[in-house]
Write a protein that binds this ligand. Structure first.
Ligand SMILES: [Zn+2]
Length: 229
C-alpha cells in the first residue's frame, strides 16, 4: 500500500513537472514547440536580450540571410533601447520574455500578468512592435499564465531543442542543435544572460557561426516563429 501510494505520488509529481516544464505541454497555458513539418525551414530563437552583444549576432544573421525571433526582457529593452530598435528594424520577430525574468512558479496570477504586461508595454513603446509570442523564463508555466496570455493575446513558444548556451562550450551547443535539425524545428539560444549587463555570450556567437552555414548547407531556410507555423 505504501509503495502504491509512493508510486501514485511520484506519478502525480511527474505529471505536475511535465505541466510546468514539459516542452510540449499545453496543460497550464497553450504553447507551441514545433512549427510546420512539411517545409524545409526552421526557426532560431534568442532569449534574454537585448544585450551589448546582440549587434554582433544581427550581423551574422544578415550575412547568412537568416531571420530569427528574439524574446526580449522589458528591463533590457529599456536599458538598450537603440539595440532593441535595431533588432526590429532588421526584420526579426520580437517576442515577450517578461520584464525582469523571474521564474513564474509560486507567483500569483496578478504578478504574472504585471510582469508580462510591463514588458509588452516597453517593447511596444520602444520598438513599435507589439509581440504576439511569449516565452516563459526557464520554460516554467504556472497557473495564471493562461489568462495573462489571453488578455495580452500572446501564444506561448517552447522549443524543439535548447542549446544550453549559458553553460556549454560552442562545439557542444552546435552539436546538440545540428542533431535536431529537422523541418519546423524551433531552436532556443540566448543573446543575453538574464539581466546581466555586458554578458559574455561568446559561446552563443561561436555556435551560431558554425550552425548558420551548416543549416544553409542542409538547405534549410531560417525563418521567424510566426512564419514557420
Ligand atoms: Zn530567459
Amino acid at each position: 500500500m505504501v509503495e502504491q501510494a509512493v508510486l501514485a505520488t511520484t506519478a502525480a509529481a511527474g505529471i505536475a513537472a511535465y505541466a510546468v516544464r514539459g516542452k510540449s505541454s499545453s496543460l497550464i497555458a497553450p504553447s507551441i514547440w514545433h512549427g510546420d513539418r512539411s517545409r524545409h525551414a526552421l526557426a532560431l530563437t534568442f532569449d534574454d536580450g537585448p544585450s551589448e552583444s546582440t549587434p554582433a549576432l544581427l550581423e551574422l544573421l544578415a550575412k547568412h540571410d537568416a531571420k530569427a525571433t528574439f524574446f526580449l526582457c522589458g528591463h533590457n529593452v529599456r536599458r538598450l533601447n537603440g539595440i532593441a530598435r535595431e533588432v526590429a528594424a532588421a526584420g526579426h520577430e520580437i517576442g515577450n520574455h517578461t520584464d525582469s525574468h523571474p521564474p513564474l512558479h509560486f507567483k500569483s496570477p496578478g504578478f504574472i500578468y504585471q510582469e508580462i504586461a510591463r514588458a509588452q508595454e516597453s517593447i511596444t513603446e520602444i520598438t513599435g512592435v507589439t509581440p504576439k509570442l511569449f516565452r516563459a523564463p526557464y520554460g516554467v508555466r504556472w497557473p495564471g499564465l493562461r489568462s495573462a496570455q489571453e488578455r495580452l493575446q500572446l501564444t506561448g513558444v517552447m522549443w524543439t531543442a535548447i542549446g544550453r548556451d549559458w553553460k556549454l562550450p560552442a562545439p557542444r551547443i552546435s552539436r546538440i542543435l545540428l542533431k535536431k535539425a529537422q523541418n519546423g524545428a524551433i531552436f532556443c539560444l540566448h543573446d543575453g544572460r538574464v539581466l546581466q549587463e555586458s554578458p559574455d555570450i561568446r559561446a552563443t556567437i561561436d555556435a551560431v557561426k558554425t550552425i548558420l552555414p551548416a543549416l544553409r548547407e542542409l538547405g534549410f531556410s531560417l525563418e521567424t516563429v510566426s512564419s514557420l507555423r
